[in-house]
Write a protein that binds this ligand. Structure first.
Ligand code: FAD
Length: 486
């Protein structure tokens, strides 16, 4: 016989949701396991008509309708006891999702990580390798620092296992015209051996309780019979006792817009993200630094005073692929302001925009280095990419968000800041919180509600993130500023 789970007025009060009608979640009217497209909707409020055209997915709907939907959707409430051997579905296999699954395993909890990556896991830990020329570029995260003890512990394990190494190359600030100031760093800087993506792909190499599904784009969340059913294009991918959304931006807003998690959806929608252009360029010869800088050939620089460039790094040197001759692979990032002004759909960049951006960025590099106009030799290889949802610019400043009634959580860099360390700490916190919640049997949900109403604050840092221990304020004095222009 079907049992119906009623949302009590108490829960509406507690969750601060307007009581728009009693939601009955009828386990027998499920859907996902049989036929997602044609079956009854996963939950139906009595005062809400069933969808007229069940084939029309919520994807492709306008941003306005997504926002409206997330505010009016009803809250899912799981009332079944938590299973003895619970499984968590993690949507997103970047640093946050991977570390979350690793720490769930530490707590004896199984999980599946779903990630869209075609070439590997990692999300914004992204590396491109072009054979046969041996070109290698990290084209998002360049390096990371570790300041929190929990993250330092993880980083030390990666060092022992040979997944990362310290990046000793000189980095600093480069003013337009060629003035270079090395940055004093009180924290070590780390890079993945062979790049960031190989690190991401290795994080779970010793995990036994984590299942990875890639490439897999989860686009439906359905609560049924005490579990979350996750599907990709109508195909059921698994059933889970709790879910973690470990990605953000437009994709997450769409996924959450009709999920039955209005508080989670609202917090996700408060997030604001910058856009950054990445230009990967390979040169036959080293970049022509003037003689005055040869004593301090930097490998990475935060560029100041140039709209089109905020960071440049010699990825060949950084990744040890080339310490002498051979191609010289540089990654250049634009400023967020330039990214915003030149924003286009990232999956479909018009050629004219791509050409204009590329020219502007290469001119910016020339100016940054204090070179005369037109003297920068053309790279023999370039590739341009727009990170449309690059970095968070605001944050609730809490390690994770959890809705115990909907058994769903959020983790990612943006919860705490804008860097890999923030993402990892958030993943750990999410895992530990879910482990504690499961341990409680789900009997005291109120005790486990986290961050559902926390306000956001603006984030400050470099355009490509925050690096604790590497603040411009802490740079060494001007007597150590070196001019790279002659
Ligand atoms: C240009 C740039 C430069 C940066 N430089 C640095 C740096 O030098 N140092 C530093 O510490 N940080 C840097 N960062 C920030 C750093 O990359 C991020 O903080 C970190 O990678 C975020 O990790 P995450 O797990 O929170 O999210 P992500 O890495 O974005 O992971 C989310 C994952 O979820 C997947 N996903 C999305 N939707 C779905 C779906 N529906 N189904 C399945 N999977 C899905 C995505 O494909 C992605 O793999 C930089 C970022 C950018 C963009």
């Amino acid at each position: 016989m079907a049992t119906a789970h009623l949302i009590s007025p108490f829960i509406f009060r507690h969750l601060n949701i307007p009581k728009t009608g009693t939601l009955i979640f009828d386990p027998q009217s499920s859907p996902a396991s049989s036929n997602l497209q044609n079956g009854p909707t996963r939950m139906q409020a009595h005062n809400r008509p069933a969808r007229k055209n069940p084939k029309r997915s919520s994807y492709g709907t306008s941003r306005r309708s997504i926002l409206k939907k997330s505010y009016t959707q009803e809250q899912v409430v799981f009332t079944t006891p938590v299973s003895n051997d619970p499984v968590v579905g993690i949507i997103g296999g970047g640093m946050a999702g991977l570390v979350c699954s690793l720490y769930l395993e530490k707590g004896g909890i199984r999980s599946t990580v779903f990630d869209t990556g075609m070439h590997g896991l990692g999300g914004r830990m992204a590396t491109r390798i072009y054979e046969p020329q041996q070109l290698i570029f990290d084209h998002a995260a360049q390096f990371f620092t570790a300041s929190e003890p929990q993250f330092i512990e993880l980083v030390n394990r990666w060092l022992e296992n040979g997944l990362i190494r310290q990046w000793q190359g000189i980095i600093g600030e480069l003013e337009a015209g060629g003035q270079f100031t090395p940055l004093h760093s009180s924290s070590q800087r780390y890079v993945g051996i062979n790049g960031m993506r190989p690190l991401a792909d290795s994080i779970l190499s010793e995990a036994h309780m984590v299942n990875v599904m890639r490439p897999c784009w989860i686009n439906t969340l359905e609560p049924f019979n005490g579990k979350w059913h996750l599907s990709a294009n109508g195909k059921l991918c698994g059933q889970f006792d709790a879910i973690v959304i470990a990605h953000n931006g437009k994709c997450a807003n769409r996924l959450l817009s009709s999920s039955g998690l209005p508080l989670i959806a609202r917090q996700m929608k408060r997030l604001e993200l910058s856009s950054i252009w990445a230009l990967l360029a390979a040169f036959e010869d080293p970049l022509p630094f003037p003689e005055s800088s040869l004593a301090f050939p930097f490998e990475g620089a935060f560029v100041k005073g140039i709209d089109a460039v905020s960071w440049m790094a010699n990825n060949s040197k950084k990744l040890s692929a080339n310490q002498g001759g051979g191609p010289h692979c540089w990654t250049f990032f634009s400023t967020a302001a330039f990214g915003k002004r030149n924003k286009v759909p990232q999956e479909n960049i018009p050629n004219t925009t791509a050409e204009r951006v590329k020219i502007s960025m290469l001119e910016g590099v020339e100016i940054a280095l204090g070179l005369s106009e037109g003297s920068l030799k053309k790279p023999f290889y370039t590739r341009l990419q727009l990170w449309g949802a690059a970095l968070p610019t605001n944050s609730p400043g809490i390690p994770c968000i959890f809705d115990p009634y909907g058994r769903a959580g959020l983790c990612g860099d943006w919860l705490l800041g804008s860097n890999l360390e923030a993402a990892a700490i958030s993943g750990m916190a999410m895992a530990n919180h879910i482990a504690d919640y499961f341990q409680s049997g789900g009997a005291r949900p109120d005790d486990f509600s986290v961050g559902l109403h926390t306000e956001f604050q603006q984030l400050h840092g470099f355009d490509i993130g925050q690096f604790p221990g590497l603040n411009p304020e802490k740079r060494i004095d001007n007597s150590q500023a070196y001019c790279v222009s002659s």
